[in-house]
Design a protein around this ligand. Structure first.
Ligand SMILES: Cc1cc2nc3c(=O)[nH]c(=O)nc-3n(C[C@H](O)[C@H](O)[C@H](O)COP(=O)(O)OP(=O)(O)OC[C@H]3O[C@@H](n4cnc5c(N)ncnc54)[C@H](O)[C@@H]3O)c2cc1C
Length: 353
């Protein structure tokens, strides 16, 4: 039984960068025909230009071999829910979980309905209500994920801003970045502020929008959402509850990529029931590799917090667009776990061939 407090398609802030590893995961879940149907329903654009920008200076422009896929998140999520229903799944929209009795395996919804569960999969996002209730009831036994980062985003008409491709802007917010993604008729603009940073995000966003010369700004009220980029839950299981996706804090800190981790952790949770007894145990056994991927993202995020590393990036990126593209494709799009020296070595070997 799938429940959500909203009806689909629902509003969902998300830049919609759908990496190759997310595509692979979805393809394995759906099979080729359904995958193509899903993509036809939500694909917004494929962009080959990838830029890193500092202030008004373009540090590097890369032309990627395989374009970046950008999707419409509300349409994507709605397609998945409809597909689940078409397969015979039960979906209850407008059901907001407001209470939970862990000992009696029972959830309570705002309309006062109560439902008993054998297992509960908490996929209720960055501000997970299930997490908050469990943390309140079991403060000593349950470890929450770390504080989330605040993100602002707007989707503007293509006519109102001169942007092409996928662009990442440094120097807008400390230790983080802003983005401008061309998505068909729209351009998605946003930024994310690290937890604990005191920057006035509204002000930073306005400056960013002025910097890229967005016209008719009054037409685009800023919208905000949380991204759980701090530490994930070390043990995303509590009694018969499994936490997946944002609820567990499964988001990559460098890129704020979460679609892949939501798909993959949801898939692993579902798969753990095929094994037979103790699915929670099997789920815990299968997630360490997701954690390793997130840890690798955290390693690069921490590097970006070091002035000497940022200086090196600014100094060398422009001279090596091929390497920047290779790093982006292998580390971020494909999610390969090679250490930096190996990425460099592989790049040099590939260049020689
Ligand atoms: C501005 C922004 C840009 C992003 N850009 C990207 C990107 O380009 N690429 C990428 O991969 N990731 C991106 N992310 C991250 C990505 O959107 C999330 O990691 C992903 O949506 C997590 O999916 P989820 O299913 O875990 O949670 P969600 O998509 O948040 O879904 C949670 C669901 O739970 C429901 N819910 C919540 N509380 C309750 C309740 N009490 N009762 C019932 N239902 C409830 C909600 O209605 C919602 O439908 C971005 C995030 C933000 C905020």
């Amino acid at each position: 039984m799938l429940v959500d407090r909203q009806s689909f398609p629902r509003v969902k802030l998300c830049a919609g960068l759908f990496t190759q590893k997310s595509q692979q995961c979805l393809l394995e879940l759906l099979g080729q025909d359904q995958y193509e149907e899903c993509m036809a329903a939500c694909l917004m654009s494929r962009e080959s230009e990838f830029r890193l920008i500092k202030g008004q200076i373009t540090l590097v422009t890369c032309h990627l071999n395989r374009p970046i896929t950008l999707i419409d998140r509300p349409k994507f999520d709605a397609w998945l829910v409809n597909h689940y229903v078409s397969l015979g799944g039960q979906f209850y929209d407008g059901y907001e979980l407001i209470g939970l009795d862990v000992e009696k395996n029972k959830v309570v919804f705002r309309n006062r309905d109560e439902v008993e569960y054998e297992y509960l999969i908490a996929a209720d996002g960055a501000n997970s209500m299930v997490e908050r209730i469990v943390a309140k009831q079991y403060p000593k036994n349950f470890q929450r994920k770390a504080q989330s980062a605040l993100s602002l985003e707007i989707n503007v008409d293509r006519a109102d801003v001169d942007v092409t491709g996928v662009n990442i802007y440094f120097d807008v917010v400390p230790n983080s970045y802003a983005w401008a993604f061309a998505k068909g008729e729209k351009v998605c603009l946003g930024l994310v502020k690290q937890p604990g940073d005191n920057t006035n995000v509204n002000e930073a966003m306005r400056q960013f929008l002025d910097g890229i010369k967005l016209r008719n700004q009054q037409n685009y009220p800023l919208q905000g959402a949380m991204i759980p980029v701090g530490n994930y839950m070390s043990r995303p299981v509590f009694c018969n509850i499994m936490f997946v996706g944002d609820a567990a804090g499964f988001v990559e800190p460098l890129t704020d990529e979460g679609i892949f981790y939501a798909l993959q952790s949801g898939y692993l949770a579902a798969k753990s029931f095929e094994v037979g007894s103790t699915p929670t145990y099997h789920y815990l056994n299968h997630i360490p590799y997701l954690k390793r991927m997130i840890d690798m993202g955290r390693f690069y995020q921490r590097l970006l917090e070091k002035p000497w590393a940022v200086k090196q990036l600014y100094k060398h990126a422009g001279k090596h667009p091929g390497f920047v593209a290779f790093f982006y494709e292998t580390r971020i799009e494909q999610g390969r776990l090679d250490p930096f020296w190996k990425i460099l070595l592989n790049y040099k070997l590939k260049k020689k061939c």
